[in-house]
Design a binder for this molecule. Structure first.
Ligand code: DC
Length: 203
């Protein structure tokens, strides 16, 4: 059975948590496509050319330490504007999306560019302030010394770049179900996502 669930949205909207829970619920495989761009971004920070890094990306690169830092997030957003970088990562994502047993992919362009034929598309959002607060708490829990205002600035800068780029900009697919998690608990957001997927599976 091939069934693809595309989950897009801006930074720290809750895509990761929702995607993992949805994948677990249906027994599907999950790919966090942001990790691909983070792995490429991390390589550019050590001097490797972005396109070269994308073309030679290996599975073990996704386990590199520090991929979750704000520096790597910004580097990922910067390499993500490059058409050659995006192109180098397309085949892997499409093959993953069509693997037997079902797949959940989360990112920025899954419903619009990578899998426009996905059976279910969700667009997960939240206000910039709520997203920055969640990311701040996450980074703080991981021992990072960073201020709330710096995290908010980072989130706004990254969103702007991701939305305004010409290649595969962040935007909801026409047929995406939008979920605003600003005033939802994690459980409520997961339940809303599961309802949307169930409606498509039954329909
Ligand atoms: O989801 P994330 O925060 O880990 O993503 C890091 C960056 O990677 C994000 O700012 C933009 C880029 N990205 C993208 O352009 N397309 C995707 N499908 C996933 C991430």
């Amino acid at each position: 059975m091939n069934f693809t669930i595309a989950i897009d949205g801006p930074a720290a909207a809750g895509k990761g948590t929702i995607s993992k829970a949805v994948a677990k619920h249906f027994g599907f495989s999950h790919l966090d496509t942001g990790l691909l761009y983070r792995a490429v971004g991390a390589k550019t920070l050590s001097g490797v050319d972005a396109t070269e890094a994308a073309r030679s990306l290996q599975a073990e690169d996704l386990d590199a330490p520090d991929l979750r830092t704000p520096q790597v997030a910004q580097a990922a957003s910067k390499v993500a504007v490059l058409a050659d970088v995006r192109q180098a990562l397309v085949d892997f994502q499409r093959a993953f999306a069509r693997r037997a047993g079902g797949a959940v992919l989360d990112g920025r362009d899954i419903g619009t560019v990578i899998c426009p034929e996905a059976e279910t598309k969700l667009f997960v959002t939240a206000s910039a302030e709520v997203r920055a607060e969640r990311r701040y708490l996450e980074l703080e829990a991981n021992g990072l010394d960073i201020s709330r205002s710096q995290v908010l600035e980072d989130v706004i800068e990254r969103d702007k770049r991701d939305r305004e780029r010409s290649e595969a900009p962040l935007r909801p697919a026409q047929d995406a179900v939008q979920i605003d998690t600003s005033v939802m608990s994690i459980e409520q957001a997961i339940a809303a996502a599961l309802r949307a997927v169930d409606a498509k599976r039954k329909g």
